[in-house]
Design a binder for this molecule. Structure first.
Ligand code: ATP
Length: 515
């Protein structure tokens, strides 16, 4: 299936099955803002819980907090967001479309890189077994020339962004002859910096009111509470503080569904360490976070690391875990070695000491920080994209096939775990089914339905990713057995109601994901 179509299909599936709706849709929606529906909220909560448990339950030295969205305005001076949380934007005068200048350049570079890849693929086919890819990449004149261009453009952009040189950003776009994908023209405005923070007023009386910001990240709530948590929790370095919550960014280009939203949720963990130990911890957290993703059981080739070309204003080292979304590999999570940038700046701006007293060495110091930061909504999109499957399945008519859409979400994270379905809505089957429902609802989230043919009901449960369906039929009334149908294999087994409970409990044990 073409990539574009798959993404469109996923978006409409999310809407049709109550996962995600455009915000305030009856007023035609609000750009890049979305609401989670009845199934979406369950999946979102479950992903959050997986993250929260793996941070705070598996690590005895990580605790959570829940800080306010509003913070003292000086926070954002200290964090660098007032001065440096900008994106370079550029408009095309013909299409009137607005773009991030760095994204336009990155897309151009990606095109050059795919040109090299195509060249290599062609040669691979031609030379067969004996083909030496790395030799070809470094000696074939076309590859070498294109790679030189890639390196040159990357180096220019890195320099321009570091030196905040917007004229040079424009010049790169001009020199590379980048055209607007909509109008096809090169009629560009100058590149301007645009701050991504949303501002609002605190206080009712305008003279008293001060400008405050909606937090653009949750991390700062952790930094300003560093000593509160360390002291009251008697935490010893190394230790971490985890937080999940809303963040707000006035994104310039907010397309791609919930990949880039203006209001979104982050799951961040700041790990405080002794200066000098950052390299080891950075590597360890890269590893730990990648494991967290891979444990979900999707193909491992869907994940990769990407080291940052340009380091953010706070970073000593940084990489992304990228995921293969329907529109290509993109950032899912960031892992950053932030040094003492944050605590050091908050010390300076607040005039309060934010140091750790090491009881063993007797010295005080400002700890270094390793951050892991993932967007919950992006993780949601990754989960839906990886689990969305369209399959051919046999029908009851010999030799005929039908198509089913199934979300192969890990059982523990599925919005509904067990569907309880009486075969027909008569003969005492609904009563028996409700009895089973009322028993199973204490084990996990269940769903009861008696309308429609059983086949249609199975399909609807497949479409929302329900891993187990229990069918109650006439035999159930006699021997207290039901059939359990497994979502992925569609296999059915006849078992006693007691065993259902044990099986489901075993499959839904958090140990399966966390261990
Ligand atoms: P990008 O380069 O995509 O703008 P970023 O590098 O600015 O992302 P961070 O500031 O590192 O992102 O934020 C950490 C995580 O928060 C990201 O990895 C992403 O999963 C999520 N995130 C950031 N911005 C958004 C957004 N606008 N919508 C949804 N999730 C976001």
């Amino acid at each position: 299936m073409a990539e574009r179509d798959l993404f469109k299909e996923i978006i409409s599936h999310c809407k049709e099955y109550g996962f995600i709706f455009p915000s305030s849709e009856i007023y035609d929606g609000l750009s890049a803002v979305y609401d989670y529906g009845q199934n979406g909220v369950e999946l979102k909560n479950n992903i959050r819980e997986y993250w929260w448990r793996s941070m705070t339950q598996l690590h005895e030295n990580i605790v959570g907090i829940d800080a306010a969205i509003f913070m003292h305005p000086t926070t954002w001076k200290a964090s660098g967001h007032v001065d440096a949380f900008n994106d370079p934007l550029i408009d095309n005068k013909d299409s009137k479309k607005r773009y991030r200048a760095d994204t336009l350049i990155e897309d151009y570079v990606a095109k050059l890189e795919s040109k090299i890849d195509k060249e290599v693929e062609k040669a691979k086919k031609k030379f067969g077994e004996s083909f030496d890819e790395s030799l070809y990449r470094t000696t074939n004149p076309r590859c070498v020339e294109t790679q030189r261009k890639v390196d040159e453009v990357n180096a220019r952009m890195k320099r321009a962004l570091e030196q905040n040189d917007m004229a040079e950003m424009k010049q790169i776009i001009v020199d590379c002859e980048i055209v607007d994908p909509v109008s096809g023209t090169r009629n560009w405005t100058d590149v301007r910096q645009f701050n991504l923070m949303f501002a609002t007023q605190l206080g009712a009386v305008s003279e008293e009111a001060g400008t405050i910001f909606l937090r653009p990240e949750t991390a700062q709530g952790i930094f300003v509470n560093f000593l509160n948590v360390q002291k009251t929790g008697r935490m010893k370095i190394p230790f971490g503080i985890a937080q999940t919550g809303k963040a707000f960014r006035n994104e310039i280009v907010a397309r791609q569904f919930i990949f880039r939203m203006r209001e979104f949720e982050q799951m961040e963990m700041q790990f405080f360490i002794k200066p000098g130990t950052e390299e080891g911890w950075y590597q360890q957290w890269k590893e730990t976070r990648m494991q967290w993703h891979k444990r979900l059981g999707f193909p491992e080739t869907m994940y990769r690391f990407h080291d940052h070309l340009k380091l953010a204003h706070y970073a000593k080292a940084a990489c992304d875990i990228e995921f293969q979304f329907p529109f290509g590999f993109k950032e899912l999570e960031g892992i950053h070695s932030r040094g003492d940038f944050d605590l050091g700046n908050h010390e300076q701006y607040s005039g309060k000491k934010l140091q750790y007293f090491d009881p063993e060495s007797g010295e005080s110091y400002v700890p270094y920080v390793i951050e892991t930061s993932i967007g919950l909504d992006r993780m949601f999109l990754a989960m839906i994209s990886a689990s969305y499957t369209v399959e051919k399945v046999p029908t009851s008519v010999e030799g005929e096939e039908a198509t089913r859409v199934v979300l192969k979400i890990p059982a523990l994270l599925a919005p509904v775990k067990v569907a309880v379905l009486p075969l027909v809505a008569k003969d005492g089957l609904p009563e028996k089914a409700k009895e089973i429902f009322n028993r199973m609802k204490f084990v996990c989230r269940c769903f009861y339905e008696e309308k429609d043919t059983i086949g249609r009901r199975y399909r609807r449960q497949d479409a929302i990713g329900t891993p187990y369906a229990l069918t109650i039929d006439h035999q159930t009334l006699q021997d207290n057995t039901v059939t359990i149908r497994y979502r992925d294999t569609m296999k059915q087994e006849r078992i006693s109601v007691e065993r259902v409970e044990a099986i489901v409990k075993e499959k839904l044990d958090w140990k399966n994901l966390l261990a």
